[in-house]
Design a protein around this ligand. Structure first.
Ligand code: HEM
Length: 520
C-alpha cells in the first residue's frame, strides 16, 4: 500500500475538491485539538495549516522518503500530519515490537476508510476495527490456519498444487508469472473452499481478482480521496455533483457480495450432493458457525493470501536470474541431500538449510508489503516523551527494517549466507525476515504458516528441477534485466514485468516432474 493510498488525497487531486475539502478538513483538524503539551515525535514541519504535510509526500516508494526523514531528524519514529490525520512511521524492528506488540492494547486498531466501508470490504478480517467482531472473525480464521496440525493437513494439497505448478513451468515456461499466480490461487481456493481452480480463466479466481482490483483501485476512484478525508460525505446520493465515488462503490459492492456468496454456495451445494472436499468452510459449517460470518471469514482469504504469495514467488524468480551463484549453491545442496531422482518434500526441510535461507532472503530483499498494513491507536499514548494521539495511523516501515544496516550487513545485496552461524548452522534469532515480514502484535498475519509452506516447497522443487536464467533473444544475446526493477505500488508490491528462461536441469528432472503429476 502506498502512502497516497492511506492518506486523504494526493496534491493533484486536491485542486478539484479543494474548497469542500479544505473546510471539512479544517473543521476536522479543529475538533482534534491536542490533549497533551508534549511534542509529537520528530518529523517534517507541516507546510500548510490545513493540508499539513500533503505536499511533502512522494507519489511512489514512500518507504524510502520515510527512511530519509528518519535520518534527517535522527529518529526511529517519524510523525507528520495530513488534513488533521496524524501519521506515525516506525523505522526499526525493536520499536515496531515495542509499540505494536508490547503495547498492543493501544496499537491494534485499523484506520477507517470510507470507500472500504461503502464497498463492503469491511467484511475482511484485515480491515475490521479492533473489537469483539474482529476478535471473533480472527479466532475463526486462526482456527482454519493454525500453525501445527491444521496447517500440516494442508501440505498434501500444497504438494499437489506445486506439482501442477512445476508441470505448467515445464509446458509453458514463458508464462512463469501466470503459473505463480495460479499456484497461489489454487492453494487458497482448495484450502478454504475445497475447490480445485483451473490454471487459467477460472470463474471463482477471476471473480476474486476483479473484486480485489476494484478494492485496490478504490483509493484513486473519482472523488474517493474526498470521501476518505471527510467520511460523512459517504451519505451523499450518487447523483450529487462530485459523488462519482458512490457509483464506483456500488460496482465494487456487487463484486464483494459475489465473492462472499458464490464460493460459499459452491461448498453448501457440494455438501448437499456429498461431493464436498474437506475445507476451512466445510469445517466451520460442521461446527455450526453462523453462515454470514463464515462467508466473510472465507472471503478474506483470497484477498489476503493469493496476491501476497504470488508476488513473493515472482520476486524469487527475479532474484534467481540476477544471482546464478546462489542457484549454484542451492543446486549443490539439493543434489547432495535429495539427489536427482525425486522432488524435495516437506520431510526434507530440516536437511535443506540453504533453501530455507533463500526463502528468508527473498522475503527480506524485496518486502512485498513495505509498509505493512496500517495500524491505528485506540487511545492516546506517550512514547519516549512524545505524544501519539488516539486515532493516529501507525505504520511499521518493513522496508527500513529489511535495509537496516544494524541488522543486515550490506543489506542491498541478495545474500542467503547471512543467515548462517560460523559453525554452518542456521541462525535462530535476531534477523528473521520470515517473522517480521508478516507484521506485528495482535494483527500479525494469520496466514503466514500457509504462505511460508507454499513458498518453501515451490522454491525447493523449482531449484531442484530447473535452471532460472536471463533470457536470450533470437540471436542468442542475453536480454539485460534491470537490476533495480520498478516496483508496482499498491496494496502489494509486485515486480514490474521481466523475462526469464526457465529450463529443466536435465531429462531426469523433466521425468521426475511428469511422474510426480501422474501420481496425484
Ligand atoms: C508471503 C505472503 C504473505 C505476506 C508477506 C503477508 C503479510 C501480511 C502483513 C504484513 C499483514 C499485516 C499485519 C499487521 O497488521 O501487522 C498481514 C495481515 C493479514 N494476512 Fe497476510 N501475508 C501473506 C500471506 C497471507 C495468506 C496466505 C493469508 C491467508 C490465507 C493471509 C491472511 C492475512 C490476514 C487475514 C491478515 C489480517 C489480519 C488482521 O488484521 O487481524 N496472509 N499479512
Amino acid at each position: 500500500m502506498s502512502v497516497a493510498d492511506l492518506l486523504p488525497m494526493s496534491f493533484q487531486q486536491a485542486q478539484g475538491g479543494a474548497l469542500i475539502l479544505a473546510i471539512g478538513a479544517f473543521c476536522w483538524a479543529y475538533l482534534r485539538t491536542r490533549r497533551s503539551n508534549l511534542p509529537y515525535p520528530p518529523g517534517p514541519p507541516p507546510k500548510n495549516i490545513i493540508a499539513g504535510n500533503l505536499t511533502d509526500l512522494p507519489p511512489k516508494r514512500a518507504w524510502e522518503t520515510y527512511s530519509k526523514w528518519a535520518e534527517q531528524y535522527n529518529s526511529d519514529i517519524i510523525h507528520f500530519r495530513v488534513f488533521g490525520q496524524h501519521m506515525v512511521i516506525l523505522q526499526t524492528l525493536d520499536l515496531s515490537r515495542e509499540l505494536l506488540e508490547k503495547r498492543s492494547t493501544v496499537y491494534s486498531d485499523r484506520p477507517y476508510n470510507a470507500m472500504i466501508d461503502l464497498m463492503e470490504w469491511d467484511i475482511a478480517v484485515g480491515f475490521k476495527p479492533y473489537g469483539p467482531e474482529w476478535r471473533h472473525h480472527r479466532k475463526l480464521f486462526q482456527q482454519g490456519f493454525r500453525t501445527g496440525t491444521t496447517t500440516l493437513r494442508y501440505r498434501a494439497i500444497q504438494t499437489d498444487k506445486v506439482n501442477d505448478f512445476l508441470r505448467a513451468l515445464l509446458d509453458n515456461p514463458n508464462k512463469f508469472r501466470q503459473h505463480c499466480k495460479a499456484l497461489s490461487a489454487a492453494v487458497i481456493m482448495r484450502v478454504i473452499y475445497g475447490y480445485d481452480s483451473a490454471p487459467e480463466e477460472d470463474y471463482f479466481v477471476e471473480l476474486s481478482e476483479a473484486a480485489m482490483v476494484k478494492m485496490c483501485d478504490s483509493w484513486v476512484a473519482p472523488g474517493a480521496m474526498v470521501v476518505n478525508t471527510i467520511p460523512i460525505l459517504r451519505h451523499l446520493p450518487s447523483w450529487f455533483p462530485g459523488a462519482a465515488f458512490k457509483k464506483y462503490a456500488i460496482e465494487g459492492q456487487e463484486l464483494t457480495r459475489k465473492i462472499r456468496d458464490v464460493p460459499f454456495a459452491f461448498v453448501t451445494k457440494s455438501l448437499a450432493e456429498g461431493t464436498a472436499k474437506h475445507s476451512v468452510v466445510s469445517e466451520m459449517i460442521a461446527n455450526n458457525e453462523e453462515h454470514e460470518t463464515i462467508k466473510e471469514v472465507a472471503a478474506t482469504g483470497y484477498g489476503a493470501g493469493a496476491d501476497t504469495t504470488m508476488a513473493t514467488l515472482a520476486w524469487f524468480f527475479y532474484a534467481m536470474i540476477l544471482h546464478p551463484e546462489v542457484q549454484r549453491k542451492a543446486h549443490e545442496e539439493l543434489d547432495r541431500v535429495i539427489g536427482n531422482k525425486r522432488l524435495p518434500t516437506y520431510d526434507d526441510r530440516d536437511s535443506l538449510p540453504y533453501i530455507e535461507a533463500v526463502v528468508r532472503e527473498v522475503l527480506r530483499w524485496r518486502p512485498i508489503v513495505p509498509l505493512g498494513l496500517p495500524h491505528a491507536t485506540s487511545f492516546d499514548d506517550i512514547y519516549n516523551g512524545h505524544f501519539i494521539p488516539k486515532g493516529t495511523i501507525v505504520m511499521a516501515n518493513l522496508w527500513a527494517i529489511a535495509y537496516d544496516k544494524n541488522i543486515y550487513e550490506k543489506p542491498e545485496i541478495f545474500n542467503p549466507d547471512r543467515y548462517f552461524n560460523k559453525d554452518g548452522t542456521l541462525t535462530t534469532e535476531g534477523i528473521h525476515s520470515e517473522v517480521w515480514s508478516f507484521g506485528f502484535g495482535r494483527r500479525i498475519c494469520p496466514g503466514r504458516q500457509l504462505a511460508l509452506d507454499t513458498i518453501w516447497l515451490a522454491v525447493a522443487t523449482v531449484l531442484s528441477t530447473f535452471d532460472i536464467l536471463k533470457k536470450k533473444d533470437a540471436n542468442g544475446n542475453v536480454i539485460p534485466v534491470d537490476e533495480d526493477i520498478e516496483v508496482a505500488d499498491g496494496l502489494v508490491s509486485h515486480a514490474a514485468d521481466f523475462q526469464c528462461a526457465v529450463t529443466p536441469r536435465s531429462n531426469v528432472a523433466r521425468q521426475v516432474i511428469v511422474e510426480s503429476v501422474a501420481k496425484e
